[in-house]
Design a protein around this ligand. Structure first.
Ligand SMILES: Cc1cc2nc3c(=O)[nH]c(=O)nc-3n(C[C@H](O)[C@H](O)[C@H](O)COP(=O)(O)O)c2cc1C
Length: 220
């Protein structure tokens, strides 16, 4: 079995990456022999959908597949055949990051049938999403991040399967807050959250990974 974590943060060692690694540990706790891999979407150049519609040509040999040739292509080919995927992204300007959106266009659009009757045959696998952000839980609800992502996940759920998610609030953004203009944040409070709450967030990520593995077993 193979499971992927897809990191939509440009920082390969920070909050999102650490949570994704924990989720993969959760997967391994259920399937010790499973292969797991974290893909960092900012490690290589790629674009979103170029609207070529090769994936929708009538009787086309690439029907249901993305034909764009770039560094994402071979990874995408493996991901669409995987047994479970955990996506993770920081919130940037109230949405997932640009590279994550580009990835999602390439990952899911080929499977969207422009048909009232036909579906595109493909593997269905469990998905989870980890969102990390500066905002507190309260502000996140006020701003509507949850509405946005409920909406965003609905499309993925229709194409793949129900999406589990984890929201991680008030992340520790800088190693040294004093280097940056950042008085909108209380650094000592953030440090406290990092010390006391983030370990619980990591545990939740581990549980999320376990859940994805168990769902993969059920879908098998
Ligand atoms: C360009 C940019 C835009 C951001 N926009 C938001 C935002 O709209 N809301 C928010 O709560 N946090 C925002 N953040 C903060 C990040 O979401 C947060 O620090 C995240 O946990 C970083 O993840 P990472 O440590 O994995 O890179 C933004 C950060 C950057 C760099």
């Amino acid at each position: 079995m193979k499971f992927f974590a897809v990191n939509g943060s440009p920082r390969p060692k920070c909050n999102t990456a650490q949570l994704l690694d924990k989720a993969l540990e959760g997967v391994k706790s259920v399937f010790p022999d499973a292969e797991v891999e974290r893909v960092n979407l900012y490690d290589f150049p790629f674009h979103g959908c170029k609207s070529c519609f090769a994936c929708k040509v009538v009787n086309g040999k690439h029907y249901g597949k993305c034909v764009q040739k770039d560094d994402l292509k071979p990874i995408l080919e493996e991901i669409v055949e995987s047994d479970g995927i955990i996506l993770g992204s920081p919130i940037y300007l109230s949405d997932v990051t640009g590279n994550m959106r580009c990835f999602l266009e390439r990952f899911s659009f080929p499977f969207v049938a422009y048909s009232k009757t036909e579906v595109v045959e493909h593997k269905r696998m469990p998905l989870a999403y980890i969102y990390t952000m500066n905002a507190s839980e309260e502000i996140s609800h006020q701003i509507g991040y949850h509405d946005l992502h409920d909406h965003f996940e609905r499309g993925l759920a229709m194409t793949f399967s129900e999406v589990d998610h984890l929201y991680v609030y008030e992340t520790y953004q800088f190693k040294d807050y004093s280097r940056y203009v950042s008085d909108a944040f209380d650094e000592s409070e953030r440090r406290e959250i990092r010390k006391n709450r983030f370990p619980k967030d990591l545990e939740s990520a581990f549980e999320l990974g376990k859940k994805i593995a168990i769902r993969a077993k059920q879908l098998d």
